[in-house]
Design a protein around this ligand. Structure first.
Ligand SMILES: [Cu+2]
Length: 507
């Protein structure tokens, strides 16, 4: 109904305008052409002046009225260190171009009013004027130089490589999301190679043979990007398919993500999400319900989040690249990161699978962790009365297939074991070897005997007294699991250490 009424109003307005036109046409015929033309010129000149006044007042007024929803004015102050510099650059540019804009508009309309057609008035012919040429060349040149030089200074400051400590993360854009990579405990991102990209197992093409890759953490999907306040952050920005743009509006960070051409941005967040919300609360328009339909819903300032947007129209789901960014205190960040660090991508998704180029190889971190574990198992075995605790499964002792020869991978475990035996001189122990049930039982028995013997010999070579260490092989008769699967057989073929006596020497 409202629509129909509005339509009718416009229709009637149209009819009125056409009718007025006809009336003035008739009037002109009666009064004579020239006089009518002069009247119309005068009227148009006055209307233009009115338009100028309205245009300037309404235009500048609405810009002022809506300033609070624009970045850099009102509550949306920059939340990064360099953001203020960028905002002030914009303000200076706005200041100069604003002055020029207002002056030229006024002159444009004023001239068309003042020099309108009049009876007997002739146009002046002015082919050249040196003074004018100099003025309108020098003034813009000076202003432009000021703006450009200032802009370059700010740009060079922002784009400088960080000195001192910084956190480096990586953002890889693709249709239609970002993969965000954190460096993990070592604070270093591993190298990448696009030839290693595999959509299923290695979407970023990370080189798993690079030690730095072991602890890299990848945030995918809707995981929010958490960053610590007052910390320099360097973002490596890349893309896998088309142009994207890494845009953090509240931090005045904006950089293209270009396939094949890595870019970066350095910035330092200075306001946590919580602080920013608190500031928004001071503005009445932010204290309205977040959901206008539901007056009970939270207020807008409470629901505010920093965001990462893609600022390059990259395809039909371009909007879906939005991600929430949360700035937290150092302590909160450390807590969040510690939780993420327990699930690095390599160790949760790649380790031990066919996609793992280091499958079957012990990593340094694994050796280190195993050494800690072995030490506590050994200590427990010397203190505990329970038979179960006294037997330690030496999980990182490996032999060549079907042979008693020790594999090189066993070295770390054996060396730690010899250290422990030196450290606990009162401990006597026995090396026990078991096999799975594949092949001939007698041969398995002999194999286990010589395997246990080889382990013992290794430890003796390390200087352990022969009286303290015996060895025995049980072949396949003591499985810990039924030999149904390859995994079960693998755990049955094992080497154990049994603590036999712990002679406490009293002085
Ligand atoms: Cu995009």
């Amino acid at each position: 109904m409202t629509g129909l009424i509005i339509f009718l109003i416009f229709l009637l307005l149209g009819v009125i305008i056409v009718q007025i036109g006809r009336v003035s046409e008739l009037a002109s015929k009666i009064r004579g052409e020239e006089e009518v033309e002069q009247q119309s010129t005068n009227r148009q000149a006055k209307m233009l002046m009115l338009f100028l006044a309205l245009f300037l007042v309404l235009g500048l007024g609405s810009a002022y009225y809506f300033k609070d929803v624009m970045l850099g004015y009102g509550p949306l102050v920059a939340a990064s260190d360099h953001g203020g510099d960028i905002d002030s650059l914009f303000n200076w540019t706005l200041f100069f171009t604003g002055i020029v804009f207002v002056i030229t508009q006024i002159l444009l309309f004023w001239f068309s009013y003042k020099y309108r057609t009049m009876p007997g008035r002739k146009a002046m012919f002015q082919p050249h004027n040196n003074t004018l040429e100099i003025i309108w060349t020098v003034v813009p040149a000076v202003v432009m130089t000021f703006l450009v030089v200032n802009g370059l200074v700010v740009w060079n400051e922002i784009m400088a490589e960080p000195n001192g400590e910084y956190l480096e993360i990586e953002a890889t854009g693709y249709q239609f999301a970002w993969d965000i990579r954190y460096p993990g405990a070592d604070n270093k991102l591993a190298t990448k190679n696009f030839r290693l990209i595999d959509p299923a197992t290695n979407p970023l093409g990370i080189d798993w043979t690079d030690d730095k890759s072991i602890d890299d953490v990848i945030l995918t999907g809707a995981d929010k990007i958490v960053l610590p306040v007052d910390t320099t952050v360097r973002v490596r920005i890349t893309s896998k398919d088309v142009l994207h743009n890494f845009y953090l509006p509240h931090f005045r960070v904006k950089m293209d993500a270009i396939p094949g051409l890595p870019t970066f941005f350095v910035f330092r967040p200075i306001t946590t999400t919580k602080e920013f919300r608190k500031n928004l609360k001071n503005y009445p328009e932010w204290r309205t319900p977040y959901d206008p339909e539901d007056p009970e819903s939270k207020e807008r300032w409470e629901m505010f989040d920093y965001e990462l947007a893609c600022a390059e129209l990259c395809g039909k789901s371009h909007y879906a690249m939005r991600r929430i960014v949360e700035i937290v205190t150092r302590e909160e960040y450390n807590e969040w990161m510690a939780e993420k660090n327990t699930k690095p991508y390599y160790r949760t998704t790649i380790r031990g699978t066919d996609a793992d180029p280091r499958k079957g190889e012990l990593l340094d971190i694994e050796k280190k962790n195993r050494n800690i574990e072995l030490t506590s198992e050994f200590t427990l075995a010397t203190e505990s009365e329970s038979l179960k605790d006294k037997i330690i499964n030496l999980k990182n002792i490996f032999y060549e297939t079907g042979s008693a020869t020790l594999d090189n991978q066993s070295q770390s475990e054996l060396d730690k074991l010899s250290q422990l035996l030196v450290q606990f001189p009162s401990v006597n122990a026995q090396i026990i070897s078991h096999t799975d049930n594949l092949g001939d039982a007698d041969l398995n028995y002999t194999l286990s005997e010589s395997r246990a013997g080889n382990v013992r010999q290794y430890l003796l070579n390390k200087g352990i007294n022969a009286d303290r260490l015996s060895s025995v092989g049980f072949g396949e008769i003591q499985p810990i699991e039924s030999n149904g699967s390859p995994e079960a057989r693998e755990s049955n073929g094992r080497t154990e250490l049994r603590i036999i006596s712990n002679l406490i020497v009293k002085n």
